[in-house]
Design a protein around this ligand. Structure first.
Ligand SMILES: [Zn+2]
Length: 164
């Protein structure tokens, strides 16, 4: 797979307005994003507070979504919906995403609790904090990654399910 360009990420936006897409600020380490290896990539907009983006390879191609962090802070040590990192190495916060199609244009959103630094892919690759002798940790890791991919693409499918 060729490296994904910023233009491809921009072209993959769904449910965001043209002016929102125009203002997207990419992180300086964008070139390090490994779209081929990771379940998704996410980053916070360094210029717009509470704005973040996730770009997700799906069976139907790349999908990029615009996320808005909610004002309300979840209780400390909330667990991320996507990686369910039991070590809670990242703080999970509540984001809302505009739904696809006219539903989204009318203000319909979906909420999701995700690591605020979007390190889910790294978190899911960590070994469990404790395991019994003889546990197949590679198999656990494979399962974690499959679960992460399923939850993230499931969320994307739910967001897009209202597209007309
Ligand atoms: Zn996470």
């Amino acid at each position: 797979m060729d490296p994904v360009s910023q233009q491809q990420v921009v072209d993959a936006f769904r449910g965001a307005t043209k002016s929102e897409v125009k203002r997207v600020a990419f992180p300086s380490n964008f070139d390090e994003f490994d779209f081929a290896a990771l379940e998704f990539v996410g980053w916070r907009d360094k210029k717009i507070p509470r704005r973040a983006y996730v770009s997700v390879p799906t069976d139907d191609g790349l999908v990029t979504l615009l996320l808005t962090q909610a004002d309300a802070k979840p209780s400390a040590k909330a667990m991320c919906t996507w990686c369910r990192d039991v070590n809670i190495s990242s703080q999970a916060v509540l984001f809302s995403v505009r739904r696809g199609g006219s539903a989204g244009r009318k203000g319909d959103t979906l909420g999701v609790l995700v690591c605020e630094d979007f390190r889910c892919a790294a978190n899911a690759r960590k070994l469990p904090p404790a395991f019994h002798k003889g546990t197949d940790v590679e198999q656990i890791r494979e399962q974690n990654l499959a679960d992460l991919r399923r939850r993230v693409t499931g969320f994307v499918a739910e967001v897009l399910s209202t597209e007309d």
